[in-house]
Design a protein around this ligand. Sequence first.
Ligand SMILES: Cc1ncc(COP(=O)(O)O)c(C=O)c1O
Length: 429
Amino acid sequence: MNLVYEPKKIIDVSKSQATFKRALNCIPAGIYGHLGPSEGCMVPVSSYPLYMDHAQGAYIWDIDGNRIIDYMCGYGPNYLGYNDPDVDAAAAAQRKKGDCTTLISDITVEFAEEVCSTINMADWAFFAKNGNDVTQFAMMIARAYTGRKKMVLTKGWYHGVSPWTQKLGYSGIVEEDVCNNLYIEWNHPEQFEALCKQYDGQIAGFISQPYQHGNFCDNELPAPGYWQKIREICDKYGVVLIIDDVRAGFRIDIKGSDYHYGIKSDLSCFCKAIANGYNVSVLCGNKKLLNATSDVAYTGSYWLSAVPFAAGIATLRKAKALNATEENAKKGKKLTDGLKEIAKDNGFDLRVTGEPGMFYLRLANDLPSRVIHQDWVCECVKRGVFFTSHHNHFINYALSDEDIQYTWEVADEAYKVVRERYPQAEFIK
Ligand SMILES: Cc1ncc(COP(=O)(O)O)c(C=O)c1O
């Protein structure tokens, strides 16, 4: 690719780093969970901007004043662009009327109707706050409906932080938390059928992301016929089929990822993109599970607050009007096609996996330590383009062609820097 550009400025992150030092004294891990460095995706931590001052569209301005093109989108919620004016106006109007009140707003029903007319499999919608709230609820409904205990998960899963979704050996997790779980490999429906035979009458639910979008590995799409086979096995053995669309929802198909891959789930979990960053998650279900769902005790202080519902309605309506999901996928394809070409021009083999609106990057001709890719990501971040090394990325609708062009220039410069740094790497010669 023919790129002509001025060398990029290296951002100063000293205020972020000083704030992080303060945080380490008063907040566990400084920044806990996926937004902080503890998951190993920010190497070295000392080079990363860690705190924002404000955000708009495709950008974050950090507290050192740097503008950063953000390809992590808050790890999923930014779908139309940060502070989308239509979504924010709908939320502000509802805030004036009331948010967390004893009598709930009738906007709750309007949001449920909007969700059910958008998501293909949905006969009803239940609202909570985080993705974990609805994956946990889905598991409980599967148990309530079937009167069975066991759950089948696919390797590479992430369904939140409820103990049953975590792994034995993780801090705070004991055998009893995970003793009803069974595991299969991604794209191996025959393993699922074998478990259904072995544990006939004991498996309540099958829970899975619509495609394998795990961390630290290439992401994998379903093989042709995979989801149809899983649906058939669930029907044959009376197992509730749960799609965890918390991350991929609205990134592949606005009607739901199960619809995109040609099936209807029994339960689908949504969060992240559904209200463009306002805090709401949604469990959608089919009619047969309605009574069992009504029977399960499940609620939270803020789950029926009205402001996020107004934001959710505005997000879904705007996304449909703009074809945002398809447009984001086109932007993702354009960006990553260019990145692959730029990598190749510099002697690197960049692999892009997953769906285009939610792509995963890996350098195939890295050193075994994966250090070159990590360094390349860091050199991009230092020039104001926020990628991360071992997690999928996200595209938002506000990302422009100029942003993509800028990203390509940064990617090129960053590849040149790491080429110099690793002259011993075999492929560079
Ligand atoms: C596929 C998937 N399921 C569940 C969750 C949990 O969502 P939350 O962090 O909002 O509880 C996530 C969060 O990243 C996710 O990606």
